[in-house]
Write a protein that binds this ligand. Structure first.
Ligand code: NDP
Ligand code: 2IT
Length: 455
């Protein structure tokens, strides 16, 4: 048996034993275990000849959050009923900077989902090159159908507990699903009121009170920059490509807009009730209409098809529509193995994960085996937290950079992240972005942890 073969068998055995331990320690947390596997399967081969990481149990420590805080959120609805939700902040890893990551309000939120998101965030934040650790928070609160006043009371109650755990140099939350400008405003107002401090403790703030230009656009724009960079690396271009997008929130709408800027055609969008399809691609006017519908009006995606004759509404997910590329931008596990097989059969050549972990493991395997360009979330959607990091810098210096400067910083950051993936993931004339992003994200965090000793 060759030495290389023996080594890879040993690595597989280590990975298997490691994952058995992760599974045992995290019962009932499938999303978290899935996220750890995705990273560990790249890292074990990389550290096979680097015993220091094994000896110092770096991967074991990385898969354990530094702290998980869970708390009660009582609030009163408009009818005067007292309601109770559960909130969390998962402070995952502070090796390279204060915990940083979004807050999600969605009825599906639980500890497993927030641990997967906090774990992923640690590597993503490392990839940005900025000094940010990983964290995530949220609540099992359903904002759908709630009045502005109900959302305000909920956000205030959430912050009344959260404020004691966060801080501009400790932990800096931001938005995620169900948390946008409105919610950040309510939470920042409550933080400021309780602490009597005006500091950059949240990002994604309004421009009037310390927010950064380009933060709203950053995740969607950054994702399409990354897709363009992957195609350019492989002697192709995004121009003229038909793009499947899922979701119709912050990330999806700005991804669609950047597709238009770069000459590509976004042909689908979705929400939890179904998807819309426009054969010739949405126009900017239609994208603006969707932003207003899903933003301020908080409507349903089917209303777009009532408004525009060339757009149709369908139940289910958009992955059966023929296209060249896909930018899933809604939620985790929204593409399964069967849907991935259909996409491959339909000729999809590149998938850029703008949502966090939108592909089930079977789908990832199918894309990788088919040799598609597969951009993993921690690289593709890092522009959002990247500009959040720049918001922190501006807040600390008490300055505000202009839009052109921030657009350039975002574009440069996405290029640098792409280059890091190439550095660690290039093999035989192509790039394994999954491996590249995992290793590039891992190295900095792991080496910082090594410096600290056994903590
Ligand atoms: P929004 O709340 O603005 O939009 C979410 C969109 O996804 C909505 O269209 C929503 O539909 C849909 N959606 C949410 N949950 C589900 C579900 N279970 N099934 C089907 N559709 C669903 O969130 P964002 O755009 O901010 O976030 C989208 C994704 O991008 C998430 O994975 C998030 O973690 C990730 N992300 C966000 C960043 C940011 O800066 N905002 C940064 C990096 C990643 P409906 O209206 O029906 O609920
Ligand atoms: O998943 C993510 O990267 C976010 N929701 C953004 C986090 C942030 O701190 O801007």
């Amino acid at each position: 048996m060759s030495k290389i073969h023996q080594n890879s068998e040993k690595t597989d055995e280590y990975l298997k034993r490691y994952m058995e331990g992760v599974l045992k320690r995290n019962p009932g947390e499938p999303e978290f275990v899935q996220a750890v596997y995705e990273v560990a399967s790249s890292i074990f081969p990389y550290i096979a000849d680097k015993p220091i990481y094994h000896e110092l149990q770096i991967l074991e420590r990385m898969a354990e959050p530094e702290r998980v805080i869970s708390f009660r959120i009582p609030w009163t609805d408009d009818a005067g009923n007292i309601r109770t939700n559960r909130g969390w902040r998962v402070q995952f890893n502070s090796a390279i900077g204060p915990y940083k990551g979004g807050i999600r309000f969605h009825p599906s939120v639980n500890q497993s989902i927030l641990k997967f998101l906090g774990f992923e965030q640690t590597f993503k934040n490392s990839l940005t090159g900025l000094p940010m650790g990983g964290g995530k928070g949220g609540a099992n609160f359903n904002p759908k159908g709630k009045s502005d006043n109900e959302v305000m009371r909920f956000c205030q109650s959430f912050m009344t507990e959260l404020y004691r755990h966060i801080g501009a140099d400790t932990d800096v939350p931001a938005g995620d699903i169900g948390v946008g400008g409105r919610e950040i405003g309510f939470m920042f107002g409550q933080y400021k009121r309780i602490t009597n401090e005006f500091v950059g403790v949240l990002t994604g703030k309004g421009l009037e009170y310390g927010g950064s230009k380009m933060r709203t656009e950053a995740t969607g724009y950054g994702a399409v920059f990354f897709l363009r960079n992957m195609l350019m690396q492989h002697k192709d271009s995004v121009e003229g490509k038909r793009i499947l997008i899922s979701g119709s929130g912050n990330v999806a709408t700005y991804a669609a807009e950047k597709c238009l800027h770069l000459g590509a055609s976004p042909i689908t969008m979705s929400d939890s009730s179904g998807f819309i399809h426009c054969r010739e691609g949405f126009t900017q006017e239609q994208v603006d209409w969707i932003k207003a519908l899903k933003g301020a009006r908080r409507g349903r995606i089917s209303e777009v098809a009532d408004e525009f004759d060339n757009i149709s509404f369908h139940e289910g997910r958009p992955w059966g529509v023929k296209a060249d590329c896909a930018v899933p931008s809604a939620t985790q596990n929204e593409i399964n193995g069967e849907e991935a097989a259909t996409m491959i059969k339909n000729g999809v050549m590149a998938v850029a994960e703008a949502a966090n972990m939108p592909c089930e493991q079977d789908a990832v395997d199918a894309f990788m085996n088919a040799g598609l360009l597969f951009g993993p979330a921690k690289a593709v959607n890092a522009g959002g937290v990247g500009v959040s990091g720049l918001e922190m810098s501006q807040n600390s210096a008490r300055i505000a950079w202009d839009e052109d400067h921030l657009r350039k910083l975002l574009e440069d950051m996405m290029r640098d992240i792409h280059d890091s993936c190439v550095q660690y993931g290039e093999t035989e004339g192509t790039v394994n972005y999954l491996k590249g992003s995992n290793i590039a994200g891992f190295v900095k965090v792991a080496d910082a942890m090594l410096s600290y000793g056994h903590v």
